[in-house]
Design a protein. Sequence first.
Length: 112
Amino acid sequence: MKINEFFDQPIDDKLPFDVVDDVCVFMRNDPMFYRKSFFPAVKRMQECGKKKLEWNMDEELGPMVDKAAKVYCSKFKINKRPNELLTAEERTSCMEKIYAEEMTMINKGHYK
């Protein structure tokens, strides 16, 4: 028997906020995550841009976003598995948001 069979209405487990924005803010503002995961990824983006190397957003930022989901769920006690926190579209949106915002900062010379 499934748990939703006990209730007349389906269980709504949607979070009451924009998960993509919240995870992106978390990645920038959590000191340990920023230092160990976010900043190194941004530096790799910067280096690829300087050396005119090919940049694969999914390979470079995907693991960081997956790790962020895991840390985020654990730290804020979100009642979801990390792989369920972001849909595939939200995960892609998160990577695109990070890429666009950080490339703007890189192009303005904020990372030396």
